[in-house]
Ligand binder design. Structure first.
Ligand code: SF4
Ligand code: SF4
Length: 349
């Protein structure tokens, strides 16, 4: 573990910019957005205290991209090495979900694998939380524990820098002039800040006490009518899917473009009526309530059963984005606490 003085963060980003495209939180009005930063900065690199409004997935899994063309063109250039600053734990949990689907089995998505391979992740602890953050409710913490190359934790007037991969260790060695020994008390300060932050997130969600695992709460309502009630204000805007860092459905769309034909991969939404449509036009989830149930079923039942991880990181973006004012925490709480007929409960036992 090493220490980076507060003012040296931008110097570190600039040093990386010599070899990487650097993406970092940048001010846009009152907001912070992830944007490419030039090699020479002016002023401090902003520290994002909490996850950004947009999901990180769009860096690796673009909303729209060409996956094939005819006639085929010359080999595509490999992606340029990138470095991402300001990555929070909830986005890393989402990367773990997408790795399972797109990388860690026999069918690998080449663009995702190449982008993951060529991207340095400079993560950071949360030092604040949005009112919608609920990572602790899904068993996670507001600080990164895995899948980063370096993790920055504010402490002692600067940052404790922890390496989480051989690439991270190499970075520390290559830029050793920027780092110093860890001051005494800095580790204790970081651990205290992490405990306090975890407690803050727990406290702000205390009105949604969780007793049962979400898998059980959602699964028990497979055939109940609660979904109509939960989906009553859903206007099918698809925003919850678009901002969700773990949602990864995509649609292949062919575009004839003169002498060239293109196949595009576009983000899709499970709230769309055509999402599960099969050849012949039949769709198993014609009603919105069925699609709404499927969204919860997939995130909290099917995905964990298939991949061993819940497809929700508690980032709360879907709560902020929902045009229908639907709060996932309130829905999960109701799913847990709503009584179901004893014969259904017996069948599930
Ligand atoms: S479902 Fe909502 S809270 Fe969970 S990861 Fe997606 S956007 Fe975040
Ligand atoms: S963001 Fe809200 S209104 Fe829009 S599709 Fe999702 S649940 Fe429905």
């Amino acid at each position: 573990m090493r220490f980076l003085a507060g003012g040296a963060l931008e110097r570190f980003a600039n040093a990386l910019a010599a070899t990487h495209e650097v993406f970092a939180p940048q001010r846009r009005g009152d907001d912070l957005v992830l944007a490419r930063v030039g090699g020479v900065g002016s002023g401090e690199l902003p520290w994002n205290a909490c996850r950004l409004r947009e999901p990180l997935k769009s860096i690796w899994f673009q909303p729209g991209r060409i996956v094939a063309r005819w006639p085929p063109s010359a080999e595509e250039e490999p992606p340029r090495p990138r470095a991402l600053f300001g990555v929070k734990a909830c986005d890393l949990k989402a990367v773990a979900c997408l790795d399972r689907v797109l990388r860690d089995h026999e069918f690998q998505e080449p663009a995702w694998c190449a982008a993951r391979e060529s991207t340095l992740v400079i993560a950071g602890d949360c030092t604040d939380c949005a009112p919608s953050c609920f990572c602790t409710m899904v068993g996670d913490r507001p600080y990164p524990t895995a899948l980063f190359d370096l993790c920055l934790s504010p402490s002692g007037g600067g940052f404790l820098v922890e390496s989480g991969s051989p690439r991270g260790a190499q970075l520390l060695a290559e830029h050793e002039e920027l780092f110093t020994a860890v001051p005494s008390e800095a580790v204790a300060g970081r651990d205290r800040a992490r405990r306090e932050m975890t407690e803050r997130v727990r406290e702000q969600n205390a009105r949604y006490p969780v007793r049962d695992p979400f898998e059980k709460s959602v699964a028990k309502h497979e055939r109940t009518r609660i979904w109509g009630e939960l989906a009553a204000t859903c206007v099918e805007c698809h925003a919850c899917n678009m901002v969700c860092p773990t949602c990864h459905c995509f649609l292949l769309h062919d575009v004839p473009a003169g002498a060239v034909s293109l196949r595009l991969s576009l983000w899709d939404s499970c709230f769309s009526a055509g999402h599960a449509r099969m050849a012949g036009g039949l769709t198993p989830r014609l009603q919105l309530t069925e699609r709404f149930r499927n969204h919860y079923q997939h995130k909290f039942v099917t995905f964990p059963r298939t991949w061993g991880i819940t497809a929700c990181s508690g980032c709360g973006r879907c709560i902020d984005a929902c045009m229908g004012g639907i709060d996932k925490r309130a829905c999960l709480h109701l799913l847990e606490t709503r009584w179901i007929p004893s014969e259904v409960a017996r069948e599930l036992a």
